[in-house]
Design a protein. Sequence first.
Length: 422
Amino acid sequence: MDIIKAPRGVRDVLPDESWKWAYVVETARKVADAFGYDEVHLPIFEHTELFSRGIGDSTDVVEKEMYTFKDRSGRSLTLRPELTASMVRCYLEHGMSKRVQPVKLWSVGPMFRYERPQKGRYRQFWQLDVEALGSGAPEVDLEIVTFAVYLFGTLGLSNLEVVVNSVGCPACRPVYREALKEYVGSNYDELCKTCQNRFERNPLRILDCKNEHCREIMKESPGMVGYLCDECSEHFQKVKEGMSLLGISYKEDKNLVRGLDYYTKTAFEVLSGELGAQNAVCGGGRYDNLAEAIGGPHVPGVGFAAGIERIVLTMEGQGCDFGRKPGIDVFVAIADDSARKAGLKLLYDIRRDKVSADMDYSGKSLSSQLKMASNKKAKLACILGSAEIQKGVVTVKDLASGLQEEVHQNSLMNHIKQYIVR
Ligand code: ATP
Ligand code: MG
């Protein structure tokens, strides 16, 4: 029988990588604190309608990428492909409009999309999601962009490009849509099949096509900016002025649209040169019509989602620092069997003092235990034998220099802690 492997497009995050993830999430947590965002944990699956209505039926995500299944009672459920719709659902369900607005939330966890797996693109991937709900003020858009930029800066990322656009609102977008259709119509035959399909259903998404030829055609297409209503135009202006005020450099891209129907006004992405085709580390924008789309009252919102895998890939590519790799500081080694019980106790004492420690349980020779200590990259070995126990000492060996000394049991913890510079 073949060994069962993980399904295509999902991956195990092993210890040599997971600590880097932890660093990214811890850093995000600190930035969230600084910006006044509270963490929430949301369900991994939701009613399918939440996504089909909230993201939009004619988007890639809903049309082709969702993991949808019936549960045992026949309800249609979907593994979340993103978090924004769930965040808004959570806000509505818990009556958060009664709180001080905007309500500022963040979350991190796995998302699921049936996509063609490749570097930086998986079927289960992690997103960091940051949302501000209940305010339409352009300063909140600015705050969200600033959050992303500051987070990536804190992580040590460089050469990132912030790209912004406005996708307008239901008042001004229909006029643009027609102008776009007129332009696209004259190039219809040259578009890819998918875009020909998009032409009637959601022509704005043609702007988002990854096909080179479609991109080429769309280079000369009219931009939404020329069609914005006064309100959207003023809003966009204020966001851009804010970015200039805060020293955030950005590029305007008339063809930047989010793949999701609920976005209004600001759309932005942060791009990295390191990632090739999968170059977006983060995408976000305003979605003033999402709450209504899922059956709630009008609740404006703005937020972004960043892919953890892509952040880590970019950081690795740029040689960024991930902080301290977790590892054992102290290895307790037993010189002879009579010291085994004392060794177990010492190990537990060291651990309770919050120093990372380990030992061998398989009865290896002292020299094998010391090899194991080096393998685990321990800094110190605490060697215990009958001689040490008699004298009330521990032989402490510096595994880098090989130097060793006897340290009295009473001062052992102080000695260890002085040694281990964290
Ligand atoms: P793309 O254009 O790369 O498909 P998207 O527009 O579908 O991205 P969003 O829905 O905005 O992406 O998700 C936000 C972020 O989540 C992306 O910028 C990316 O970092 C990450 N992301 C999206 N899909 C995947 C995936 N399949 N695997 C890994 N990360 C992903
Ligand atoms: Mg996508």
